[in-house]
Design a protein around this ligand. Structure first.
Ligand code: SIN
Length: 523
C-alpha cells in the first residue's frame, strides 16, 4: 500500500495547478499525481484558442463576461458560480503568468482574441498553442517542487470507498473516498494508493464518439469511476460539438481549427462557396458553438456533402501567420493552402459540459473527493460552455479545491485505521486476454452507435434504440470484465460504456431543448 496525503488523478491544468497550490502552502504534505499516459498528455495540451478572462477593465467588464457565459449556457448555468469564476479569473490568471506561462503581447499589452459567443475580445493566448504552453509551464513548476511525485502510465481502475472496507456499510448518503486502485502499466500490477484527499481531474470523454478533437486518452474515466462509486453525475446530455474540426477520411482524433479564426474574420461556406450562417443567427460566424455546429450539420444534411468550407482567403496573411502558425502548417501538410483553398471542416465532439457534480470548492457528493475541470458539472457552463472558459474553470476551481483541501488537512480529522483492512486488488482466477480484437470491436460499435444515434441532433426513437444497443454492448463488456485480467484498454471500454449510458439516459429525461442538447421531437 502506498500512502499519500493527496492523490491527484490527471495532469492537465486542473490537477497540476491544484497540486502546485497545495505544495506551495504545505511543503511537508505528500502529493502524488497519477496520469495514464505521458505526464503532459491531457486535453489542456490541445487547447488552441486560449483562456477567457477580463484583463482590461477600460474596455471590458465582469458583467459582460458573466452575460456572455450565461447566454451561451442557455441560462442553465449557476449564476453565483459564473460570477465567482469571472471575478476570481484575473487573480488566477496572474498566478499562471507567475508560474512562467507566456501570453502574446504587443507593445507591452496583452493581445486579446475573440471566439463565438463573446461580445468583446478577451481571450489571452499563446499563438495557437495556448494549452501546450500552459502545460509546459505548470509541469516545470511541478517538477521543481520537492513534495509532488508524478507517476505517469498509472491508470486508475476504481476509487476506494467504504464498499472496499470489510464490514463497513455503504450508505449512499454518506460515502467517503480513501484513494484508488491503480494499474501500473510497467509492472502490470494493481497498486492500492490511499489518500486523505483525492482529486479527480481526468478531463473529457470525447472518444465515446467516432470523431472528436480530444486526444486518445479522453475516455471519461473519472466520471465513470465516480458514478460507479455512487457519486452524483449530471448534465451529461450537454455534449458540445466544436463546429470546425479539420475534415479527415480517417475517424478518431480530428485536428481542431480554432474558433479564434472566425473571431479574426474567417467565414463559413458550403463546399460550393455559398455563405449560410446568416440564415441561422444574426451573429453569423460568431454565434455560440451549439448554434454554429447545428447549422453546419444541417447544411451538410441538405447538400449531402461530407464537410463545409472555412474561408480564410481574405484574412491578413501576416496576422494569420503570427497568430495561427500551427494551424497554417497543419493545413499545408494536408494539402490545403488557407490563402487559396477553403479549409474543409466538420463538427466534432469537443467538450463535455456536464459530469461529476461539485460545489464552489470542487467538493463532490463523496466525502474527501474533489473534482475539477472538464470531468465536472460545476455549474459554470450550463447547457453549453462559452469558448475558452474551460482553462479558466480549471484554474479557479483548482485554486478553490486546494484552499479547501489545505483547510481539511490542517484539521486532520482523518481516521486511517480502517484503511489497513482494505484488501489488495484481487486478480485470482482472472485470465490474460490472448487477443484484444473483442475490446476494439466493442469500442467501435459503441462509437458508431453514439455518433449515429446520440449526436448533435437527437430524436426519441434514436435515443430509445441507443439505450437498447448500449445495453447489449454493456453486457458483452461485463462478460469480458468478469474473467479478463484488467488492462487500460478494457477498463477504458468499461468507462466509455458507462459514459454512453449516462448521456443516453440523461438525454431521454430531457423535456425541452437547451444549449448543446437538441432533440428534434421536442421542437
Ligand atoms: C478553439 O480554439 O476553438 C477551442 C477553444 C475552446 O474550446 O474553448
Amino acid at each position: 500500500m502506498i500512502k499519500a496525503d493527496v492523490l491527484v488523478i490527471g495532469s492537465g491544468i486542473s490537477g497540476l495547478s491544484y497540486a502546485i497550490k497545495i505544495s506551495e502552502k504545505m511543503p511537508e504534505a505528500k502529493i502524488i499525481i497519477v496520469t495514464k499516459a505521458d505526464e503532459d498528455e491531457s486535453n489542456t495540451k490541445y487547447a488552441q484558442g486560449g483562456l477567457a478572462v477580463v484583463t482590461d477593465l477600460d474596455h471590458d467588464t465582469f458583467q459582460s463576461h458573466i452575460d456572455d457565459t450565461m447566454r451561451a449556457g442557455d441560462g442553465e448555468n449557476n449564476l453565483a458560480v459564473v460570477k465567482m469564476v469571472v471575478e476570481e479569473g484575473p487573480k488566477r490568471f496572474k498566478e499562471l503568468v507567475d508560474w512562467g506561462t507566456r501570453f502574446d503581447e504587443k507593445d507591452g499589452e496583452l493581445m486579446l482574441g475573440r471566439e463565438g459567443g463573446h461580445t468583446i475580445n478577451r481571450i489571452v493566448h499563446h499563438k495557437d498553442i495556448t494549452g501546450a504552453e500552459i502545460e509546459r509551464a505548470l509541469l516545470e513548476t511541478v517538477n521543481n517542487s520537492q513534495n509532488i511525485e508524478m507517476l505517469p502510465y498509472h491508470y486508475v481502475i476504481d476509487l476506494i470507498t467504504q464498499h472496499h472496507v470489510p464490514g463497513k456499510e455503504l450508505n449512499e448518503d454518506n460515502i467517503s473516498c480513501y484513494g484508488a486502485y491503480i494499474l501500473d502499466e510497467k509492472s502490470k500490477k494493481i497498486k492500492k494508493i490511499t489518500a486523505k484527499i483525492t482529486l479527480v481531474a481526468t478531463g473529457g470523454a470525447g472518444h465515446v464518439y467516432k470523431n472528436t478533437t480530444n486526444p486518445i486518452i479522453a475516455t471519461g474515466d473519472g466520471i465513470a469511476f465516480v458514478a460507479r462509486a455512487k457519486g452524483k453525475v449530471s448534465n451529461m446530455q450537454y455534449y458540445q460539438f466544436h463546429p470546425t474540426a479539420l475534415y479527415s477520411k480517417i475517424d478518431g482524433m480530428l485536428f481542431l481549427i480554432s474558433e479564434a479564426l472566425r473571431g479574426d474574420g474567417a467565414k463559413l461556406r458550403t463546399k460550393n462557396g455559398e455563405p449560410f450562417m446568416a440564415k441561422y443567427d444574426e451573429r453569423e460566424e460568431l454565434a455560440s458553438r451549439d448554434i454554429v455546429a447545428r447549422a453546419i450539420d444541417n447544411e451538410m444534411k441538405i447538400t449531402g456533402d461530407e464537410f463545409v468550407g472555412l474561408d480564410c482567403r481574405k484574412m491578413n496573411k501576416e496576422k494569420f501567420l503570427e497568430h495561427f502558425p500551427n494551424i497554417y502548417q497543419k493545413c499545408l501538410d494536408e494539402g490545403v493552402d488557407p490563402f487559396k483553398d477553403l479549409i474543409p471542416v466538420v463538427p466534432a465532439c469537443h467538450y463535455l459540459c456536464g459530469g461529476i457534480e461539485t460545489d464552489m470548492d470542487g467538493q463532490s457528493s463523496i466525502q474527501n473527493l474533489f473534482a475539477v475541470g472538464e470531468c465536472t458539472n460545476s455549474g459554470l457552463h450550463g447547457a453549453n460552455r462559452l469558448a475558452s472558459n474551460s482553462l479558466l474553470e480549471g484554474l479557479v476551481f483548482g485554486h478553490n479545491a486546494a484552499v479547501k483541501t489545505i483547510e481539511l488537512l490542517d484539521k486532520n480529522q482523518f481516521n486511517f485505521e480502517d484503511l489497513k483492512a482494505i484488501p489488495e486488488w484481487n486478480e485470482e482466477g482472472m485470465k490474460l486476454l490472448d487477443e484484444m480484437v473483442l475490446v476494439s470491436y466493442l469500442r467501435k460499435q459503441l462509437q458508431e452507435m453514439m455518433s449515429d444515434l446520440v449526436s448533435i441532433v437527437r430524436s426519441n426513437e434514436r435515443l430509445e434504440m441507443a439505450l437498447k444497443k448500449q445495453k447489449e454492448i454493456s453486457d458483452a463488456v461485463q462478460e469480458l470484465y468478469n474473467y479478463a485480467l484488467l488492462s487500460p484498454k478494457l477498463s477504458e471500454l468499461r468507462n466509455l460504456v458507462n459514459i454512453a449510458e449516462l448521456i443516453i439516459v440523461q438525454s431521454i429525461a430531457m423535456k425541452v431543448n437547451k444549449g448543446a442538447f437538441y432533440n428534434k421531437d421536442l421542437v
